[in-house]
Design a protein around this ligand. Structure first.
Ligand SMILES: CC(C)(COP(=O)(O)OP(=O)(O)OC[C@H]1O[C@@H](n2cnc3c(N)ncnc32)[C@H](O)[C@@H]1OP(=O)(O)O)[C@@H](O)C(=O)NCCC(=O)NCCS
Length: 155
């Protein structure tokens, strides 16, 4: 394992649809790996494919280990605020600070004065992560399948 990865901010690439990558991976391959991460570890209603990722309004930030996408997070431009969403870290890379790093990158990239996240109330790890970064819960939303906390942070 390359120890440089853990703190090397150069390894965080972003803007999958618009940027070219110099690591030998095509945009389509990166999009495929993001789709696999989301399909495997996030409980999304939409099944993602490379094409849905490439055409998504969500801008993705990724963490690379060699040619493996080991984590991703999305930034969605909305009318009033930007939403940070689709956060996933591969299980073997968790609790090493990558989730925190990706959220930080997405937040800094946003041009808005505040960002928000929507997290299931039973996702303790993700809630801990968000609150440790300064997000605070401002609303509670019930759906048919699960309950969500809306967490907000001013930049
Ligand atoms: C939630 C997730 C993204 C966290 O990623 P991560 O890289 O492990 O997070 P970090 O290492 O940056 O953790 C930062 C802090 O968040 C909290 N945290 C993260 N995972 C946690 C867990 N499973 N239980 C409790 N606290 C947790 C801790 O406070 C942690 O700090 P510490 O390790 O110093 O105690 C990851 O577990 C994951 O991909 N889960 C599956 C998908 C998912 O639930 N996505 C979130 C959708 S909103």
């Amino acid at each position: 394992m390359k120890s440089t990865l853990w703190n090397d901010w150069q390894n965080t690439l972003y803007s999958v649809p618009t940027h070219k990558f110099d690591n030998g991976l095509t945009e389509y391959q990166i999009a495929g790996q993001i789709a696999d991460l989301l399909n495997s570890y996030n409980h999304l209603k939409t099944k993602h494919t490379p094409s849905t990722i490439l055409s998504d309004k969500v801008k993705y930030f990724i963490e690379l280990y060699g040619q493996d996408v080991i984590g991703c997070v999305g930034l969605l431009y909305e009318l009033a605020l930007d939403k940070i969403c689709h956060l996933t870290i591969k299980p073997e890379f968790r609790r090493k600070g990558f989730g925190r790093k990706l959220i930080y990158r997405a937040k800094e990239f946003s041009q808005r004065s505040a960002v928000y996240m929507s997290i299931r109330e039973d996702n303790i790890g993700s809630l801990n992560l968000a609150t440790s970064l300064g997000f605070r819960a401002i609303a509670y939303k019930r759906t048919n399948d699960y309950n969500l906390l809306i967490l907000f942070m001013e930049k």
